[in-house]
Design a protein around this ligand. Sequence first.
Ligand code: PMP
Length: 461
Amino acid sequence: MVKAIDDLYVYNKEGSSNLFQEAEEVIPGGVTANIKHFDPHPIFMKKGKGSRLIDVDNEEYIDYSLCYGALITGHGHPEVMKATSRQLMDSGTVIFGTPHELEITMAKKINELYPSMERIRYANSGTEANLLATRLAIAHTHKEKIAKFEGHYHGGLNNLLVSVNPSEANAGPAERPVSVYETDGIAEDERHNTIVLPFNDLDSTEKLLRKHADELAAVFIEPIQGGFIPATHEFIDGLRKLTEELNIVLIFDEVKTGFRVHLGGAQHIYDVKPDITTLGKVLGGGFPVGAIGGKKEIMDKSAANAKGDVFAVGSDSAATTDVVFHSGTYNGHPVVLAAGLETIELLEKDNLIDNLFANTMQLRRRLENLYAKYDIPMKAIGVGSIFNIVFTDEEVNNYRDLWNADMDLRKDIDMELLNLGIHVKPLNRYSMSTMHTLKDIDDTVNAHEKAITNVLGRRRR
Ligand code: PMP
């Protein structure tokens, strides 16, 4: 079925349209993660190669989603594929279900690149990593509330799925944002444990932190919001000092920024040591992963001891309560770690990451010049290998600044791009990979020019 969004734009993805209808019969909303949905329906892919994805209608796309940033070496990098199959074949099994050496090798590599992560635990997603980080902070401080910044995303946890995309009507005053819960299904009792802070506003953040210091266990932050709006150095330095003074655990969520803004993450750029860091995405080379690391004294609260096995029937519950529970059937999965380690080692070789950053900067600059040629105010804002296209001529320093951007234009351009062979989830960020070539950049800039003329043409009619 061909879908016409209006009489001038045709979104012709017949195979995807058919599969989406089939999916809706068995999967709520036809997608397995709500973020994958967009109107009229998402595109079903069947193959990936390097910078490209191929959909079920055999149309090819240059992919800038890269599984929401996870695939920094692109689709099916031969070395990552080899490392994965080597791990499977050499070990003769998919997973041991016991400790194994690769867990140590990877932990050492993480510690080398992120010295603040003195001790490391693995999980299966960024969400899971932030779950353990929360629990460790509460155990460490004996305080119960969490603070986070407006517009920052930390996964689907009850106490963190707050004020990620609040509407202007609900968000409250800029210097004292209201905690807006982003999902149904959270018990009333749980809706009072999260304080929302204004990003890049140190004075207001300080006031809120001091006011709630006695109840705050942790502050979560994406040091570069969404991977593209950087905190100022002054803001990060101030936040580090305040949290230290007030005994609040500072948690850097580097699930998105880890390895993508610098091999050592945002914390390397800011030259600051958070108490806890969480990683995900790139760390698994495309496989599901999360990692939590930080100060030894905090992390060791999760160290199992003989008394502390929650699964031992009749175990003394008093003994288990002094250990922070952390388990997971698949934690430290050898295939995941093999793919992740190969990915990191590739990035370290031959200036590959520097080249990636230079290519990303080239694409950003060329797109900005292109939109300027058409007198369309646009900023390609980002750090390292991530950026976002924001239609505004105002400065963008926090979530609220995005309210000024022209989202309708962005949506129209994104939908055009999907017909022109550029894949990005509408309104989402661009991530680049080491597989994106200069030819890809040329093709992308050309596709944007065509998208602009199509949209402007339609608007003029
Ligand atoms: N934190 C940040 C900063 C993220 O970008 C994401 C995912 N987009 C998460 C946490 C959640 O990670 P996951 O989807 O692996 O649970």
